[in-house]
Structures are given as C-alpha cells and as structure tokens.
Design a protein around this ligand. Structure first.
Ligand code: IPD
Ligand code: CA
Length: 269
C-alpha cells in the first residue's frame, strides 16, 4: 500500500476546504473590499481577502494533515516533510475581477505528490461553479464527466489567453496575440487562469495558452483540462510552467504549439 493518500482521498479533503474558502471570499466581497495593495506592478493587486482566504486554507489543511506542505500565492511555501503531500493554492485567482465585481474569480487548490498533481478543485466563488479532477479519475463538474472540445481545425478555435502584470511582458504578449488572432476563430481573456483551464476541460474554450503562470495558477485547472482529454504542456516538450502553459485538444495542440514557437510566445520579458 502506498504511504500517500489516494487521489480521491486528497480530493475529498480539498473540496470542503475550497468551498469554505470560496464562501469567505464571497462574504468578504459583500462586506467590503479592504486593504487593497499592489505587488509586482501598480496593476497587480492583493486585497485583505486574498490573504484571509489563504490563511484560512492553510489553517484548515494544517488541522487535517499537519505534516503536509502548502505553496500559496500570498504567503509562499510552508515547509513540508520530505516526501509529503504539497498543496498548491491560489486563494483568489482573478483578483482584478474580484476588485471590480466581475463574476469570475476562483479558489484553486491542488494536491501534489512527488511533484505530480494528483487532485485539484477550482471553484468560481462568484457563482459556486465547481470543477474537480483526480489523476486517472477524470474531470468533473456537477456530476458530469468532462470532455474537452473535439476541434481539429486551428482556424475554428476559440482561444483563451491572459497577460502578465509587467508592461514589457504585455507588449510582447500583445504582439504575439496580434499575429494569432488572424489564425483562430476568436480570442477570450477571462482574467482567471484556473477558470480558463477548466473551460478547456469543459469545451467552453477550445484551447488556452499563457506565458508567466505560476504553479498556483495552473496546478488544479491543468489537471482538470488534462483529465478531460486535453494535452497540457509547455513548448518543445517542456512541462507546463513559467515559460508557457498550453492546453488544447490533441489535434490542436501541435498546430497551436508550432504557431506559438514561430511567434516566440515564450520570449520577451
Ligand atoms: C492572474 C489571472 C490572470 C492571468 C494572470 C494571473 P491573479 O492571477 O489568473 O488571468 O492572466 O497571469 O496572474 O493575479 O488574479 O491571482
Ligand atoms: Ca491570486
């Protein structure tokens, strides 16, 4: 028997913790948005809610599984014992939407064992919509098993993407997008990487790519997309990471990948 909990056990821990976190985010938004500060740039915001939600999740996980590690966006890494489970958390993905009241901001929580994500849940805190996945166990929403789109033609692809907070990075991302937009059906920028990836899993988007994502942006949503049949990776055989995350149905991954390489989408700042 494995010394690690099974993926479905990890998911059964993650889901109630993420639901409570989503409830806190929603409640704090209804009360008032406070302590709005900026991080990497003047447009990269963090609120009291981002921090409160992260503290709540860390404390819940500590109570349930005291030896695990947690990597969260706002407080970084809490050390774990060697070989233990590591939880990866974005307390509020889509903080700018949260600030403006756009109904798309999510709690994203994944459980990683030996560097491999085994379970993940993403909850749109504004709507309560919830996506889950376990490695080998499929991707699910509201009791329905998800399949990504069956699209085979890049020219018909509804393509999601996102932009970093740094102006130099955005200039390059914009230039890449200006070339790509003529080669696909259309572009969507939802503002929540985890929801973009879940949308690929559900076929609400055909495909998605973004440079500059951190593990908390793509760990849970990436598993949802992959378990729904999408290919999720970086460029030139790299794993999904800071340089690039691409999620696309098998027939689209290659052509989209090649276009992104041609346009140097992983380059720039
Ligand atoms: C951001 C969102 C956005 C993506 C950015 C992320 P945050 O996360 O996921 O869609 O384009 O790259 O940083 O800052 O709202 O947690
Ligand atoms: Ca965040």
């Amino acid at each position: 028997m494995s010394e690690f909990p099974a993926a479905d056990e990890l998911l059964s821990i993650a889901v109630p913790v993420a639901r409570e976190a989503a409830a806190t985010a929603r409640r704090m938004r209804a009360e008032a948005i406070t302590d709005v500060e900026t991080k990497s740039t003047r447009t990269d915001v963090v609120t009291a809610a981002d921090r409160a939600v992260e503290r709540q999740v860390v404390s819940s996980l500590r109570t349930i599984r005291p030896h695990d590690g947690v990597l969260g966006e706002e407080y970084g890494e809490n050390t774990s014992e060697a070989g233990a489970v590591r939880w990866i958390l974005d307390p509020i993905d889509g903080t700018v939407n949260y600030l403006y009241g756009l109904p798309a901001y999510a709690v994203s929580l994944a459980a990683e064992v030996d560097g491999v994500v085994q379970a993940g849940v993403v909850i749109n805190a504004a709507t309560g919509d919830e996506w889950t996945a376990t490695r080998g166990g499929g991707a699910w929403r509201a009791g329905r098993r998800l399949r990504c789109s069956a699209q085979t033609d890049l020219a018909q692809v509804l393509l999601g993407t996102g932009f970093g907070y740094d102006a130099k990075r955005r200039a390059h991302q914009g230039a890449v997008l200006a070339q790509l937009i003529t080669r696909v059906r259309d572009i969507r920028r939802i503002g929540v990487a985890s929801l973009d990836l879940c949308s690929v899993g559900e076929g609400l988007l055909d495909a998605y790519y973004e440079k500059g994502l951190n593990p908390w942006d793509h760990a849970a949503g990436g598993l949802v997309a992959a378990e729904a049949g999408a290919l999720v990776g970086g460029l030139e055989g790299a794993p999904p990471g800071l340089d690039m995350v691409v999620a696309a149905p098998p027939a689209i991954f290659g052509p989209l990948h090649d276009a992104l390489v041609e346009l140097d989408a992983a380059g720039g700042a």
